[in-house]
Design a protein around this ligand. Structure first.
Ligand code: NAD
Length: 476
């Protein structure tokens, strides 16, 4: 049965939206209508901003330890509803259910807990000479989030913003919004003062653009495509609000000559295909020594082909559908373009996916010689690995750095020291040495057109803080 959410959470209450439009949320595994949500309009966004503005003074002066108590309650609420959240995300995003709990909900539980702890432990003030330097919340935050790891991206904005003492208006992705409605219920149950957190669903160019433009929003934190991020930054400039942008990527996995090729290829394919390749930090370009190109291509083709494609709720699915028909068409378009530009398809391809109502694309591996080819430069956001040959360490570094992006990356070598030396040279926000694991407390964000600012850990909290210096007279 279709889930219908017909109210927005504004000023501590579920209220009827100003308009009457509803947006269908499509289940990508079978193209059915999974849910409907309100198509918020500018008046809804303005009402939410007014509520957040009115709530700011009291919330910002609430002691951090008290804010931490609320955040702990939210963490407990997310944990208590984790199965329901995982199911909702499996329906909205299409990630196989057995992976959704681990990759889509465990992170948010950890984030909420961590920001409660940080609110208690953070050093909010210090003495510098005759100045008393305090960290203060920046104000009202507009948070705009994408669909690929929806609850994760929401939690990485809302939890630190609330911990900092900011109030928030969240516009979740219209493609995967049900997890955000569940979170709003959890926040309501935690008893947060009215207006501290507000949820307005709707389209980016309508609700999102009001958040980016309104003078009572002091900061807009955006995660999504580089195209929409540019638009948000342009609009935000008119009121000189702070902008945090987490954007796209085309991250390289560099395999050096002395690396264990089989391990490196397996690790890279897994990184590339997580969430059907719809991961901003996925390692989607694998740079291999020219002499090992054939062997690497064979290993990658075998590894990718082992990912069983299927609906999110089938037991044996390892690779779910893409999130939407539009996204599938975009990825298939890239595959045709790649073939036109001379790529060799060694696994998958545009016609290899299972037929069906779901939006499936087969795991695909391309060997590309032309470094300027479209698929070597642009973010595809699908289950597609591009293998490029390199001619040694210096060449690999130059190649890795040769896109407009700089979000993540990996280096594989015979020793961690060798890989580390290359990692130091990459112009990118994160680098994993020899398959090292994700660290949720390390700063995450982009160089160049991958974004501005950092999320995760204490770095994510500091984004929502201003400095204030209060000079005291020198004691005589
Ligand atoms: P998107 O840019 O289409 O949408 C993201 C959000 O922005 C949605 O809520 C959308 O409604 C809103 N939006 C769209 N146009 C807007 C506008 N003109 N003004 C204000 N808001 C607007 O992105 P998507 O398709 O949801 O997500 C995929 C993209 O997100 C990929 O490019 C991916 O790399 C990127 N991403 C980046 C990170 C990161 O941390 N760097 C994380 C996840 C996804």
């Amino acid at each position: 049965m279709t889930i219908v959410r017909d109210k927005l959470f504004i000023g501590g209450r579920w209220v009827a939206p100003a308009g009457t439009g509803l947006i269908d949320v499509i289940d990508p595994s079978d193209a059915s209508v999974y849910a409907q949500i309100p198509e918020g309009v500018a008046a809804d966004a303005e009402a939410a901003i007014a509520a957040a503005h009115a709530a700011f003074d009291a919330w910002s002066r609430t002691p951090a330890a008290e804010r931490a108590e609320y955040i702990e309650k939210i963490a407990a609420g997310v944990e208590a509803r984790r199965e329901e959240l995982a199911e909702a995300i499996a329906h909205e995003v299409g990630m196989p259910l057995k992976m959704a709990g681990r990759f889509q909900v465990a992170g948010p539980v950890g984030s909420w807990k961590h920001y409660a702890k940080l609110a208690r432990e953070f050093q909010w003030e210090e003495q510098v000479g005759n100045s008393f330097v305090v960290r203060e919340p920046i104000g009202v935050v507009g948070a705009i989030t994408p669909w690929n790891f929806p609850l994760n991206q929401i939690s990485l904005k809302v939890a630190p913003a609330l911990a900092a003492g900011c109030t928030v208006v969240l516009k979740p992705s219209e493609v995967a919004p049900i997890n955000a409605f569940i979170l709003a219920e959890i926040i309501e149950a935690a008893g947060l003062p009215a207006g501290v957190f507000n949820l307005v669903s709707g389209y980016g160019p309508v609700v999102g653009e009001v958040l980016a433009s309104d003078r009572h929003v002091d900061m807009v934190s955006f995660t999504g495509s580089t195209r929409a991020g540019r638009r948000v930054a342009e609009l935000a400039a008119a009121t000189v609000k702070k902008v945090a942008l987490e954007l796209g990527g085309k991250s390289a996995s560099i395999v050096l000559d002395d690396a264990d090729l089989a391990t490196a290829v397996k690790g890279t394919v897994s990184s590339c295909l997580l969430n059907s390749g719809q991961t901003c930090s996925a390692h989607t370009r694998m740079l291999v020594p020219r002499a090992k190109l054939g062997e690497a291509a064979k290993l990658a083709a075998d590894a990718a082909s082992a990912f069983k494609v299927g609906p999110a709720f089938a037991e044996d699915s390892k690779l779910g559908p893409l999130v939407s028909d539009v996204q599938r068409a975009r990825v298939i378009g890239y595959l045709h373009r790649a073939i036109e530009e001379g790529a060799e398809v060694v696994a998958g391809g545009p016609d290899a996916a299972p037929q069906g109502p779901g939006f499936f694309v087969a795991p695909t591996v391309l060997v590309v010689e032309d470094r300027k080819a479209t698929v070597a430069q642009e973010e595809i956001f699908g289950p597609v690995l591009v293998i490029l040959p390199h001619d040694g360490d210096e060449d690999a570094i130059a190649l890795a750095n040769d896109t407009i992006y700089g979000l993540a990356g990996g280096v594989w070598a015979g020793s961690d020291e060798h890989a580390f030396a290359v990692a130091r040279r990459l112009r990118t926000g994160q680098v994993d040495v020899n398959g090292a694991p994700w660290n949720p407390r390390a700063p995450f964000g982009g160089f160049r057109q991958s974004g501005l600012g950092r999320e995760n850990g204490v770095y994510g909290l500091e984004e929502y803080l201003e400095y204030k210096s209060i000079q005291m007279p020198q004691k005589k």
